[in-house]
Design a protein around this ligand. Structure first.
Ligand code: IPM
Ligand code: MG
Length: 347
């Protein structure tokens, strides 16, 4: 099995290195090939997603991704900005489904932004559509209004096939969990969302065993902090999923803890922490590598057919946390590689 390793920018290389150490310790038949992506790739090759990197991602069995984003690149035209690398990979590889699990760690309830008794109940999965919505809709751009004001515009859109495809994955996911699916939209205001809701309801007839509810995104944001334990699976569009998954991470305790899988129709995937490149702490050895290590576990489970190895990693992370291992985001003082050491020791 060939794993493409795309460390990227900021803390990306630091956290990816720890996930690699963990994968290498497992004694599986894995080969790793690294390529530049994001701002690092722009600086080396003039493009955030160079053809060689896209090629490697295409023929690898799975992709381990660090993070992209570099303030040095803020002034570049949009097509050359680091974020275009991850958006381009999602689009080019058809990675339409983003799974973002959020589960409370009993040892970390104190790190949650919520009261411990509320945080304790969190065990949810956000199923985020990843290749449509206002992220990719056209037309988009900048223009001048009749009265000469600068105007920016984007297009929110979904067609019914895109909605039913992600809805099905939401229902299937709920079926393997507690059987509850909450579809999040803004159907009280947006046409795109009304279509979304209609199609989710139509799709639900194939899943009579799953309890479907609907929630407006503003209410969902509130319920996520009021009673997050009430959620099982959330299915939502690209933009709402982006926002709600960051929020869910702080409910668990740190954005440094949440992994993700981005899958195509055949189950091939890109695995990345949900956090960004955190330029403010890059290169300081302060970043929490657990979200990336847990992303590697998701890779073993969803793309490589190694569920036992995935369990081993997840247990090792839980053991390290139970043993008091804490990076700065969790109120501790371990460095990135020391946290990696603690996970390796528990493995
Ligand atoms: C994420 C990130 C990306 C997104 C950025 C880096 C383009 O925030 O994966 O959640 O908005 O999808
Ligand atoms: Mg995000």
């Amino acid at each position: 099995m060939l794993i493409a390793v795309l460390p990227g920018d900021g803390i990306g290389p630091e956290v990816a290195a720890e996930a690699l150490r963990v994968l290498q310790a497992l004694d599986l038949d894995l080969t790793f090939e690294e390529a530049p992506v994001g701002g690092a790739a722009y600086k080396a090759h003039g493009h955030p997603l160079p053809p060689g990197t896209l090629d490697l991602a295409r023929h690898a069995d799975a992709i381990l991704f660090g993070a992209v984003g570099d303030p040095d690149c803020d002034a570049l035209e949009r097509a050359l900005r680091p974020e275009q690398a991850i958006l381009g990979l999602r689009r080019e590889l058809g990675l339409f489904a983003n799974l973002r699990p959020a589960k409370a760690f009993p040892e970390l309830l104190g790190a949650s932004a919520l009261k411990p008794e509320i945080a304790a109940g969190i065990d949810l999965m956000i199923v985020r559509e990843l290749t449509g919505d206002v992220y990719f809709g056209t037309p988009r751009g900048r223009r001048s209004t009749d009265v000469g004001l600068r105007e920016g515009y984007d297009t929110m859109r979904y067609d019914e096939a895109e909605v039913s495809r992600i809805a099905r994955l939401g229902f299937e996911t709920a079926r393997k969990r507690k059987g509850r699916l909450c579809s999040v939209d803004k159907a009280n205001v947006l046409e795109t969302s009304q279509l979304w809701r209609d199609v989710v309801i139509e799709t639900s007839t194939d899943y009579p065993d799953v309890a479907l509810t609907h929630m407006y995104v503003d209410n969902a944001a509130m319920q996520l902090v009021r009673d997050p334990g009430a959620f099982d699976v959330i299915v939502t569009g690209n933009l709402f999923g982006d926002i709600l998954s960051d929020q869910a991470s702080m409910c668990v305790g740190s954005i440094g803890l949440l992994p993700s899988a981005s899958l195509d129709a055949a189950g091939k995937g890109l695995y990345e922490p949900i956090h960004g490149s955190a330029p403010d702490i890059a290169g300081k050895g302060k970043a929490n590598p657990l979200a990336t290590i847990l992303s590697a576990a998701m890779m073993l489970r969803y793309s490589l057919g190694e569920p036992e190895a995935a369990d081993r990693i997840e247990k090792a992370v839980a053991t390290a946390l139970a043993g008091g291992a804490r990076t700065a985001d969790l109120g501790g003082s371990l460095s990135t590689s020391e946290m990696g050491d603690r996970v390796l020791a528990a493995l």
